[in-house]
Write a protein that binds this ligand. Structure first.
Ligand SMILES: [Zn+2]
Length: 263
């Protein structure tokens, strides 16, 4: 598909950025970041391929940025929320700083629990969802380093662009949690793929010199933030491109004192 062909119809849409997965190597775009967004009406979208670290500075949206994108339904990705973005169209409009406003915007897309998300996936291929959870633990799993074998271009230099370091993490972070609103929930364990967490692990490895030490520090930081019982914790879940399994892209902790939305 040629994105500049006159036959391709792009729709301009405004979304709040609510999650960014770790960058993945890409043959065409060097690397891409799969991004989760929510519209003002509460529709959840998956946006890609976006080489976020290689975009011009003013296009590099952050978590909680409002941004505008020209999008169209992905022809190759059957997940119903997946949209292809026209890179040149990205415009960062602003940033939401208020915790109350963040919660109110996010709450339009929240469903009660993972079990309901499973039913929605079966019914209409829902592949993104927000749920309230109780975090139990952060777990490290050894991972097979498949990039070197499956994505040989990862190591290649680029003719026109100075490539930024992108190493495949040697462990997979997983989060163990229960659904807050379902007393019958039997605990879930999912990959934690948010960029913030893999980047945290990477910087802790540099700081503490060992993978074990780095993981322990990350576990401590994340459990302090998300096991705080004075807060309500939510998770942005998304399914894998190839498999129906759910992954966690972003965690949120909100004060219990936020009043309900009035509009
Ligand atoms: Zn559950």
């Amino acid at each position: 598909m040629d994105p500049d062909s006159p036959d391709v119809v792009w729709t301009r849409t405004r979304v709040l950025i609510i999650g960014r997965a770790s960058p993945e190597p890409s043959k065409k775009h060097i690397e891409t970041v799969c991004t989760g967004g929510i519209t003002e009406s509460g529709e959840l979208l998956r946006l890609y391929p976006i080489p976020l670290r290689y975009l011009e500075q003013e296009k590099r949206y952050k978590q909680w940025s409002w941004a505008e994108f020209e999008i169209q339904k992905s022809p190759s990705d059957k997940r119903k929320e997946s949209y292809v973005v026209r890179q040149e169209s990205i415009k960062v409009l602003g940033h939401v700083d208020s915790e109350t406003e963040r919660y109110h915007l996010l709450s339009k897309g929240i469903v009660p629990d993972r079990e309901i998300l499973d039913a929605m996936r079966e019914r209409d291929r829902t592949s993104i969802g927000l749920i309230e959870i109780e975090v139990q633990d952060l777990v490290a799993r050894p991972r097979r380093k498949e990039w070197a074998k499956e994505k040989p271009y990862t190591k290649q230099t680029h003719l026109y662009v100075e490539k930024k370091p992108l190493e495949q993490p040697s462990i997979e972070l997983q989060i163990k949690f229960r659904c807050k609103n379902n007393s019958a929930c039997k605990t879930h364990q999912c990959s934690l793929i948010g960029w913030e967490y893999t980047e945290g692990l990477r910087s802790f490895i540099i700081k503490y010199g060992s993978l074990d030490g780095a993981f322990m520090r990350l576990r401590e930081a994340l459990t302090n933030r998300y096991l705080d019982r004075s807060k309500r914790t939510f998770a942005l879940m998304g399914t894998h491109f190839k498999y129906p399994s759910w992954m966690v892209a972003q965690l949120y902790a909100f004060s219990r004192d936020i009043p309900p939305r009035l509009f």
